[in-house]
Design a protein around this ligand. Structure first.
Ligand code: NAD
Length: 360
């Protein structure tokens, strides 16, 4: 029998559930058999749009738990932890979108709930499923040697439009941090996945550049969390990572990794290649190598590969996925980064007569 998957949260803003369903349908080895979200009529539409009329629209989460083998959580961040705990306690496999929780105290609850359970669990760090990232990881592991530096930038452009009203992701109690958690969570995971980096210290800054937007349905106009953040992190081996994230305009994902045997960089603007500049005993070659990557549709293609991994796990394959333990690690780093970003920054002494930029 095919595993039965229940989706929680069918989508209103980005609507990530749509991409999950595209992936599950492309894979075909599991059934989307139930959905639950705040608006049953919209959930019914969602099912119709995907040709899933046979799936059930549940009126609460426990009804969904009763008729599925696995839960796929695509709701706003603040709801994740309760649904994850509910699924684990009901012995259901679980996929949860990132970030796992709003705090490390909460994500630890999920880790503890897994004790004495043998459930498959996965967190939605979808960028691991971009082919160029998977090939970058192989290159770093096989060729780059000891890693010194990781540089990553990632973000989005949709919310650069100040006419977009306040969304749940701009309100602390629903989202936690803003761009920091949204995009930073992916980069922290990627620093681990591609370069094996885990961090023991962070520093950073975050700002809100569009503090007021049109009112949402609750009449809220004020943006409470960061639009952009930059933070740095250090490993116990003294490697350094820098991260720049923004939801108000950012280039496609870019990563540079420098190790003792050279440097490698990727950009999702050109996802079909890796730029690799080898070095031998610290002497850099003048001949870069361009490593070609198989074609994959941006975004949609990553989700197809990610949901295939989810179904592999559900059907008993032993595979390496970003799991709840990794989700907790990422949350721990994010929390430290958020604290660092809200700490007093070192002030720069004012410099007189230094306002020539833009002056006519
Ligand atoms: N992996 C990625 O690249 C990526 C991209 C976008 C979003 N996400 C993550 O996906 C999640 C959902 O984001 P989105 O933009 O798709 O959200 P969305 O606003 O489009 O949809 C959220 C859905 O959850 C439902 N919902 C809200 N509160 C609920 C509750 N308490 N119980 C049940 N349903 C509830 C809403 O009705 C809606 O259907 C977020 O955690 C976000 O961080 C991940």
């Amino acid at each position: 029998m095919k595993p039965r998957i229940g989706i929680v949260g069918t989508g209103e803003t980005v609507g990530i559930a749509h991409y999950h369903v595209l992936g599950l349908l492309a894979d075909g080895r599991a059934d989307v058999s139930a959905v639950y979200s705040l608006h049953p009529a919209r959930s019914a539409n969602f099912l119709r749009e995907h040709g899933l009329e046979n799936a059930r629209v549940c009126s609460d989460f426990s009804e969904l738990l009763d008729c599925v083998d696995a839960v796929d959580i695509c709701t706003p961040n603040f709801t994740h932890i309760d649904y994850v705990l509910g699924a684990i306690n009901a012995d259901k496999a679980v996929f949860v979108e990132k970030p796992l929780a709003l705090s490390a105290v909460d994500s630890l609850r999920a880790v503890k709930a897994l004790q004495n359970k043998s459930l498959f669990h996965m967190v939605g760090f979808v960028l691991r499923y971009a082919f160029v990232i998977q090939e970058l990881r192989k290159l770093v592991q096989n060729d780059l040697g000891h890693v010194f530096t990781f540089q990553g930038s990632y973000g989005g452009r949709r919310l650069a439009n100040p006419a977009i009203p306040v969304e749940w992701r701009m309100i602390r109690q629903y989202s936690g941090s803003g761009a920091l958690g949204d995009f930073g969570s992916h980069l922290i995971d990627l620093a681990y996945f591609t370069a094996g980096m885990t961090f023991d210290a962070v520093s950073g800054m975050a700002t809100t550049v569009i503090p007021d937007r049109p009112a949402n349905t609750q009449g809220i106009t004020h943006v409470e969390n960061d639009d952009q953040a930059a933070f740095i992190a250090r490993t116990a081996e003294n490697a350094l990572a820098t991260f720049t994230v923004s939801r108000v305009g950012m280039d496609d994902l870019k990563i540079l990794i420098v190790g003792e045997n050279g440097l490698a960089r990727i950009s999702l603007t050109t996802p079909d290649e890796i730029f690799y500049l080898p070095a031998q005993n610290g002497t850099y070659s003048s001949e870069p190598k361009i490593i070609k990557i198989p074609a994959q549709k941006t975004f949609e293609g990553w989700f197809i590969t990610q949901m295939k991994a989810f179904v592999d796990g559900l059907t008993g394959s032993k595979i390496d996925v970003p799991d709840i333990y990794q989700g907790h690690y990422v949350e721990t780093v994010l929390e430290a980064a958020a604290r660092a970003c809200s700490s007093e920054a070192v002030r720069v002494a004012p410099v007189e007569a230094h306002s020539r930029f833009n002056s006519k």
